[in-house]
Structure formats: structure tokens, C-alpha cells
Design a protein around this ligand. Structure first.
Ligand SMILES: *Cc1c(COP(=O)(O)O)cnc(C)c1O
Length: 378
């Protein structure tokens, strides 16, 4: 058949690699009980109030949602005590990332800057939008190299992306250093926006100390992204939001597909915002689990990076071979964690904080995995 003329940017793409799914592992290894600690989902599941809202609105599935999702936008404006003209919502924060790129990038003319490694949606959607991608390596300890990042920006750069707390490391700089980056950027390159992806910010022990948004410091050149996929337990419904300069927000609404946030996601989001008890329980379970996993992995001789998020980056003793062996051993036992080959970190692994039972199962199987690799010849 004749090859269609798909754009070269798309032909050259390395696609996004999602965490393995429960169904895949059930099928491949013939096991029924699978624990997924690969995609930073909520270990307590979905909020009961959200489930109840989804049932209540199931019979409305034939209706279009209200254009512009105004009730959700209002609720978010109230949550952050921000003018509602600055709030946008999308089909996951992924949609907001994609649309920001399409709003601001002239294909072949503009660039974006990101860290290396970073959340791969930024460079992937950036390439599709026709941006040149400039990557600044993280420091050895996974902290940000803001001087290096700024050094890659020029007058044609439109977006600079950082994730805080960062994925996959969990690193979280103080908000003053993010503020300093925003200020230096705006004085030298007023046409470049700083995108601060705060997908995991509510898991930080000191949110106000770490987040400009939480501290209500909103520089004109900064976009904040948050999501319902993690602490609100709604990854499957796809809902994210952004706080944008209000002029950019109005362009966003003009370009967004009219109904990309569906009716059930909107009702679920409103219910999630009302369920303070579920959120409190989620944050408590995450902080407790993070401590327990950190201690457990360190006791086995793993290097564990300090994390402000709901996952941990760690390095088992024995390098890339050992990381791969642990990952595969766990898979055969029905426990999915994240290998970081696609992030260029083959010696490291990432595990999402689970509930107490999942955390225990992970730690005891990890111990077995390391003992197996120590007693068997390479
Ligand atoms: C999980 C995650 C998101 C959330 O994406 P959604 O599209 O809202 O599910 C955004 N940024 C980072 C860095 C993430 O890890």
C-alpha cells in the first residue's frame, strides 16, 4: 500500500511509554492478583463521594457537558482563591500541556526547554507541535540546574518546563528558588513562559513553602498545572487544571475542543473537591507509606532519594542488571513498579506509594529479589 505522508516530526517520535497495566500482567504471567505501583495512582482507590456522583450522573451520559465547565472552574477558583478567568480545565493536565504548546509554538521557529530526564509528555507533545527541544541535564543528585536551563533559553523560546516535586526523583526545591527562576526568566526573556507542573505538590510536607501557587505568589510569566489523577484518585476519568495568565487562558478556551472534559469527569471533580476526608486520608497514607518504603528499601542497601511526592526513586545495589532483575522478579510475583529505561535511568527504579498491604508485599518481594540475585550467578 502507498505510504501516507505523515509529518516527519511524527515519524521520528519515540512514543510515550506508560506503566504496565494490570490486565497485561495477569495475561502474561497467568496470575489473578496483581498490585500496581507503577503510575502514582491513589492507593486508597476512588473517593466514595466521587463514586456516588458517577452513579448519580450515569443517566446523564447522553447529554453534552456544559460548555466551558463553569461550575468546575468556579470551584477551583474558590479553592485557590484566584480569579476564575485564570483557571482552565482539560482532559488530564496532558491536554493542557499539549494545548499550551500548540498555542505558543510556531512550527520550525520556536523552541522549548526541559530538564533531562523529565516527564516525557513535554518533549513528545513539543515535537508534535514542531518545537525544537532543548534539554538541560539535572544535577547528579537530581536537583535542578536552573542556570543551565536559563542558558538554553533564547528570544525564540516560548516555554520552559519544570516539574515540582519532580518526576521521577521526588525532588522539590523551595518556592523562593522557583520564584527566582521566574524573575530571571521574565527580565531576560519576556516571551518565554515558565510552566510549573505541580502534579504532586499536595503530597509535599510543606506545600506553602514549596509552591508559589499555594503561597498565592503568581508571577505574570508562570503557568501552574495540577491534576485530579493523583491525590484526588481520578486518573481514569482524565481531569487536570491550570492557572494561567488570564489573557492566555482566554486563548486556551478559544482553541480547546469544546467538550474535552466530559460530564462524568466534571461531576466527579466537583465531588472530589468536596471530599475533604478522603483527601486527608490520602495524604496521611502517602506520607506514612513514603516513610515506611524509604526505611525498608534503605535497610536492603538500596539508595533512596528523598521524595516530596507519592513515589520513590531508588537504586538497588548492583547496577542496571540488578535493577532489571528486581523489576522482572516483582513482575513475576504480580507487582508492577516502573522501570526507568525510557527516562534514560536503567540503574534506577520508581515505586508508587501503595496502601499498607501493598507496601508490605512490595518490600518483602524486593527482599527476595535481592537475595535471589545475590545467591545466583550472573
Ligand atoms: C501524572 C502526571 C501528570 C498528570 O497527568 P494527567 O494528564 O493529569 O493525568 C502531569 N505531570 C506529571 C509530571 C505527572 O507525573
Amino acid at each position: 500500500m502507498r505510504e501516507l505522508r505523515v509529518r516527519p516530526e511524527v515519524q521520528a517520535l519515540d512514543p510515550y511509554v506508560p506503566g504496565l497495566s494490570i490486565a497485561e500482567i495477569q495475561q502474561k504471567y497467568g496470575i489473578s492478583q496483581v498490585i500496581k505501583m507503577a503510575s502514582n495512582e491513589n492507593p486508597l482507590g476512588a473517593s466514595p463521594l466521587v463514586q456516588e456522583a458517577l452513579c448519580r450522573f450515569a443517566s446523564y451520559a447522553f447529554r453534552y457537558p456544559q460548555g466551558g465547565n463553569p461550575r468546575l472552574v468556579n470551584a477551583l477558583a474558590t479553592l485557590h482563591n484566584i480569579d476564575q478567568n485564570r483557571i482552565v480545565v482539560g482532559n488530564g493536565s496532558d491536554e493542557i500541556i499539549d494545548l499550551l504548546l500548540r498555542l505558543l509554538i510556531n512550527p520550525g521557529k520556536n523552541s522549548i526547554v526541559c530538564c533531562k530526564p523529565c516527564f516525557s509528555i513535554y518533549p513528545i507533545q513539543g515535537r508534535i507541535a514542531g518545537a525544537q527541544i532543548r534539554l538541560c541535564p539535572l544535577n547528579e543528585d537530581f536537583s535542578f540546574n536552573f542556570d543551565g536551563l536559563l542558558g538554553l533559553v533564547d528570544a525564540d523560546t516560548r516555554l520552559a518546563f519544570i516539574t515540582t516535586p519532580d518526576n521521577p526523583s521526588g525532588y522539590c526545591p523551595p518556592r523562593a528558588s522557583v520564584r527566582a527562576l521566574a524573575d530571571r526568566l521574565t527580565s531576560a526573556f519576556p516571551d518565554c513562559l515558565l510552566v510549573v507542573d505541580e502534579a504532586y505538590m499536595d503530597f509535599a510536607d510543606d506545600e506553602a513553602g514549596a509552591s508559589l501557587l499555594a503561597a498565592h505568589e503568581l508571577p505574570d510569566n508562570v503557568v501552574f498545572l495540577r491534576t485530579f489523577s493523583k491525590s484526588y484518585g481520578m486518573a481514569g476519568l482524565r481531569l487536570g487544571y491550570g492557572v494561567l495568565p488570564s489573557s492566555l487562558a482566554s486563548w486556551f478556551w478559544r482553541a480547546r475542543l469544546p467538550f474535552s472534559v466530559n460530564l462524568l469527569a466534571e461531576e466527579g471533580g466537583l465531588a472530589a473537591l468536596a471530599d475533604a476526608a478522603f483527601r486527608e486520608a490520602t495524604l496521611q497514607a502517602t506520607r506514612d507509606g513514603r516513610k515506611m518504603l524509604t526505611r525498608g528499601l534503605a535497610d536492603m542497601g538500596c539508595v533512596v532519594w528523598p521524595s516530596a511526592a507519592n513515589f520513590l526513586l531508588f537504586q538497588p545495589p548492583g547496577g542496571a542488571g540488578s535493577a532489571r532483575a528486581c523489576f522482572e522478579f516483582l513482575l513475576r510475583k504480580g507487582i508492577i513498579i516502573r522501570s526507568l529505561n525510557s527516562y534514560g535511568l536503567p540503574e534506577h527504579l520508581r515505586v508508587s506509594v501503595g496502601n499498607a498491604q501493598e507496601n508490605n508485599a512490595f518490600l518483602s518481594n524486593m527482599r527476595d529479589a535481592l537475595n535471589t540475585s545475590r545467591t545466583s550467578p550472573a
